[in-house]
Design a protein around this ligand. Sequence first.
Ligand code: PEP
Length: 256
Amino acid sequence: KNKCFILKLKETLMLIAANWKMNLGKSEIDQFSKILQSNEFHDSLDICIFPPSVYINYLNTRIENLPISIGAQNCYHEFSGAFTGEVSPTSLKDIGCKYVLVGHSERRVNNNESNLYVQKCTSAAIKANLIPILCVGETLKDRVSGTALDFIENQLIESIPSSFENIFVAYEPIWSIGTGKIPSSSEIKEMHKHIKQVISSKFNNSIKVIYGGSVNPSNVSDILNVNEVDGILIGGASLNPKDFLAIYHSTVKHLN
Ligand code: PEP
């Protein structure tokens, strides 16, 4: 069963991930789901929505007939115990999550999540049969000073467990998140190539790398035209169902 699952993952061409962050409530989820219900979906790509964790189940009940996966925005590195307020990866699996974001830059900054902490959460997610989407990204200072590639290499080496089968990396430059600024196509290409090379040389493994940071309906085609991009992580634009579906349809068009 596991083998089939891994095979299916390797066949997945593109991943569209929607990170709602701490936004949208029941009535907005109802409206969003209604619009999703009237959309036509194609099985050439995997879509995953990451709602606030308290609404995972609610969203699931609204869209369980659709080919859309559900994910969580974070998880803890233990499965159970006296950890007040934490979210167990096994509970997330239990309520139907397929993916989990780990190491998002907002959590690295606001919750002081270190690379080692992120590595522990990634390992726990894998053990719980979730697919981690490990977020990495440099600051503007690193980008401007020319140390972005080294910074990301170090983040990967310290955040990824030594052995793994299914992990996505999301390259999300911090200076691009929520700012409307995106790296040039050649910068995205260079970084995605670098991430894949680091995973191949240091971990003897291969990985899919998705891009995140100010993706919207007008810039998505240029981003997807970069060969090394295996999908996208959308924040702000995923809160508006029309924008989200416009990005979805551009991606489908890109694949055809
Ligand atoms: C994010 O924070 O994961 C993200 C991609 O945000 P935005 O699209 O709003 O830049």
